[in-house]
Design a protein around this ligand. Structure first.
Ligand code: CA
Length: 485
């Protein structure tokens, strides 16, 4: 990974279902690169349950907008040809693309089947709430529009652990499918007793035929589409041994190194650390605990002690494994995991993931370009993106000096002329703002610094020790950098 890499989550939930998104991203690539983005996490590229599906309602993993299925050839984002063109454009610019891989469930089955299942308590999936009985579930996937091209594998109820609907009675719930070697995986998150089941028809990754088919699919996918890595969806709900083996198999079978990050949605740091052990550190994880710290800081405003911001976060405990982010398509307003960081703390949060030494930051499309056609914060974020690209290098010195103000310096390095900065984040209302002395070293004596975000007025001339009283206003942000003519 190149120094100061920056991932861009290239979608939000409420994009128009106009099949133009691969083309939109192709048009945006040059500008994103100018601001330091070097990799794009693309939304799921395969066919979902409908043209409107964001991609997490997986129907056919072999259809990237190529076959007339679910009343559409294109996916929400475009056709297979447009996807390939986007990947080519990104690679021409030396940018990388990560695929969003959904292996937990399938939706939009072609036919129902009758099979035995036991209804379980949605809040405690280990507890039955009724007798085992025959139900009619949507579990038969034959992909008539694809006609066995690329794979003749068809899915049946024995390939799944559970469904959420009995067609015969119209009953909704969680039905655990019965049969030889059936049942939920044990190596999944323990929330709700056993969190194997999330939605739709839950894939039984312990089934040897399923396992072989998914391995075969992964090899096919990376051979056909030159993605550089993958973002694994919903791994909290997938057997961790399977995930370990799948990633290992891809690294062994694919002719290039793949970058891998997993989405494990929990604020619990210990759970994430345990998961990393289980998958032998083969993948990075999104720093969900840090996201919740940002969320809390946005909610509590001046009552949040900024000095605790990085306590119990992945970026502090396992910095090499942490993908830091502020928000995403699930935390945005109206979505399943809504916990959107308040606008009053959004830019501060971005400064903290973009300008510090640790973590691989991810910029969210919805924050940058806006959600559902609403305004984005591109103008406010661009100075921070450029500060990451040109200034945020070298040793880091922290000065978390006040519950309402934290500061850190980057001392710059020889490879990046004029690099180095002093960042202050405040969330309080001290009448004079917040001041702290920071020293960058005698080499900096006489340099003039200004706030590249434009929030603080004036300049500072560094003294013999390369020091100054840096400052930030009330509930604000400052990123002091060397003035360059
Ligand atoms: Ca599952």
């Amino acid at each position: 990974m190149q120094k100061n890499g920056l991932m861009f989550q290239a979608f939000e939930w409420d994009l128009p279902a106009d099949a133009q998104h691969w083309e939109r991203l192709r048009g945006a690539a040059t500008e994103l690169q100018e601001y330091g983005v070097d990799s794009l996490w693309l939304p799921p590229a395969h066919k979902g349950v409908s043209r409107e599906d964001v991609g997490y309602g997986s129907y056919d993993l072999y259809d990237m907008g190529e076959f007339d299925q679910k009343n559409t050839v294109a996916t929400k984002y475009g056709t297979v040809e447009e996807l390939i063109a986007l990947l080519e454009t990104l690679h021409e610019r030396g940018m990388r693309a990560y695929a969003d891989i959904v292996l937990n469930h399938k939706g939009g089955a072609d036919e129902t089947e009758i099979f035995r299942a036991t209804p379980v308590n949605p809040e405690d999936r280990l507890s039955p709430v009724g007798e085992s009985r025959d139900i009619e579930g949507w579990t038969k996937f034959t992909f008539p529009g694809r006609q066995d091209k690329y794979s003749a594998f068809q899915w049946h109820f024995s390939h799944f652990t559970g469904v959420d609907f009995d067609q015969r009675t119209g009953e909704k719930g969680i039905f655990r499918i019965e049969g030889e070697d059936a049942g939920f995986s044990e190596k999944v998150d323990g929330e709700k007793g056993n969190f194997d089941y999330l939605m739709n028809a839950d894939i039984d990754v312990d089934n040897p035929d399923v396992r072989a088919e998914l391995f075969r699919w992964g090899k096919w996918f990376f051979d056909r589409f030159p993605f550089d890595g993958m973002r694994m969806d919903a791994i909290k709900h997938i057997d961790s041994q399977f995930m370990h083996d799948f990633v290992q198999e891809m690294q062994d079978q694919v002719d290039r190194d793949l970058y891998v990050v997993g989405e494990y949605w929990t604020a619990g740091l210990e759970t994430l650390q345990h998961y990393l052990d289980q998958v032998s550190y083969q993948l990075d994880l999104f720093d969900v605990p840090l996201h919740f710290k940002f969320f809390q800081a946005g909610q509590d405003k001046e009552n949040f002690d900024l000095r605790t911001l990085f306590d119990d976060t992945l970026v502090r405990s396992k910095p090499q494994q942490a993908v830091t982010f502020v928000d995403n398509h699930d935390s945005q307003p109206g979505q399943a995991l809504e916990s959107f960081v308040d606008d009053g703390f959004k830019i501060q949060a971005y400064a903290l993931i973009l300008l510090r030494q640790d973590g691989y930051p991810c910029l969210f499309y919805g924050d940058y370009y806006g959600i559902g056609g609403g305004p984005g914060q591109e103008e406010a974020l661009n100075p921070l993106l450029l500060a990451r690209k040109y200034r945020a290098y070298g040793e880091e010195i922290d000065n978390f000096f006040d519950p309402n103000c934290i500061a850190f310096a980057r001392l710059g390095d020889a490879d990046h002329p004029h690099s180095g900065l002093v960042c202050l984040v405040s969330n309080g209302y001290a009448p004079e703002g917040y001041h702290c002395r920071m020293e960058l070293g005698p080499d900096w004596a006489g340099q003039i610094f200004y706030d590249v975000t434009g929030r603080q007025e004036g300049t500072l001339t560094l003294d013999d020790q390369g020091g100054a009283e840096f400052y930030v206003g009330q509930n604000s942000l400052a990123v002091w950098v060397e003035q360059v003519e």
